[in-house]
Design a protein around this ligand. Structure first.
Ligand SMILES: C[S@@+](CC[C@H](N)C(=O)[O-])C[C@H]1O[C@@H](n2cnc3c(N)ncnc32)[C@H](O)[C@@H]1O
Length: 306
């Protein structure tokens, strides 16, 4: 069983060798060839895409609040998030990553924390926005499930959680029992070849939707998008897609809201039976409060009684 200590040691090793390439594994950039300005620009572009998407589905978080970037690496996304929020925190398992993030920090309202515990070092209900991309795909399923519970714990009521995972789309494909059971893809050889590692090991883990739903508990999944994060040419250029690839590993981004307690009392949940990836709502227009409530999966009590 892979432990958090082993994960931390792997990432310390990767960060020492070439942190930027360990984060965005473009084969042309191996050997410390990433230019820092190009690298950080991918973060600006990704967060801009995410904020436009959140606006389009009527789910923009409270920007006066505190944002958390989980698995922040050297702060590629954290620095971009900090431009949108009153304050921002990046947390990472690797102290090496955190010290490089601190060196690149341009904002006094942004800080970084190293943590290698499944219990996040934050109080309940303190973040208005939590973002995590290309992180949980490297974390074994049983540990990812603990982190999802933690995200819900530290998210403020009404707060927005957006995270990416890899899932296995099995439609039309015969997948062996072993593959289904283990759901682990190893890209060890590619990483070893590029970094000359003997011990370092970057793993890929899938997290199926049923496991995500169970770990999120009462927090509401507002939308799920397919993304290109499983593609070998991802390189920080986030693209949403209505359709899953024909089969195999697929990036999925979840948008989740922790409902205010008053919502629980005043509204009844409406189950969403539509299949994943068909809930896209990127019309790029503002939506009414009723529509917004529908998308949050709650039905106005008055409407329901009519
Ligand atoms: C591929 S990098 C992505 C970094 C950042 N999210 C980005 O997109 O620029 C994965 C990061 O997740 C961190 N990480 C891996 N496991 C973690 C864990 N259990 N807790 C916190 N951070 C973790 C690694 O140290 C690494 O910095």
């Amino acid at each position: 069983m892979i432990t958090l200590d082993k994960l931390r040691d792997d990432w310390e090793h990767l960060a020492e060798r070439d942190a930027l390439w360990a984060i965005l594994t473009d084969s042309k950039k191996a050997g410390r060839k990433w230019e820092i300005t190009d690298f950080m620009a991918t973060g600006e572009s990704e967060i801009s895409t995410v904020m436009s998407y959140l606006t389009s589905i009527g789910c923009l978080p409270d920007c006066e609040g505190v944002a958390l970037d989980f698995g922040c690496g050297v702060g590629r996304l954290t620095q971009a998030i900090a431009r949108h929020f009153a304050s921002c925190v990046g947390v990472d398992i690797s102290k090496q990553m955190i010290s490089q993030a601190e060196a690149l920090n341009r904002f006094t309202h942004c800080r970084y924390v190293a943590s290698s515990d499944t219990r996040l070092p934050f109080a309940d209900n303190c973040f208005s926005f939590i973002y995590s991309n290309i992180v949980l795909q490297h974390v074994p399923r049983h540990i990812s499930e603990l982190y999802l519970r933690e995200f819900v714990r530290v998210l403020a009521p009404g707060g927005v959680l957006v995270f990416g995972v890899q899932d296995a789309d099995l439609t039309g494909f015969f997948v062996s029992l072993l593959t289904r059971t283990r759901q682990i893809l190893r890209i060890r050889s590619r990483v070893k070849a590029a970094l000359g590692l003997s011990a370092g090991n970057m793993q890929m883990h899938c997290l199926p939707e049923r496991a995500v739903r169970s770990a999120l508990g009462s927090a509401k999944i507002v939308d799920i998008q397919y993304t290109n994060t499983a593609a070998s040419d991802f390189n920080g250029n986030l693209v949403y897609s209505e359709q899953a690839p024909a089969g195999g590993c697929v990036g999925k981004q979840y948008c989740v809201v922790k409902q205010p307690r008053s919502f629980d009392r005043a509204y009844t949940k409406k189950p969403d039976a539509r299949p994943a990836g068909r809930r896209a709502s990127a019309e790029g227009r503002s939506i009414s409060r009723t529509e917004q409530l529908n998308r949050l999966g709650v039905v106005d009590k008055h409407d329901r009684d009519v």
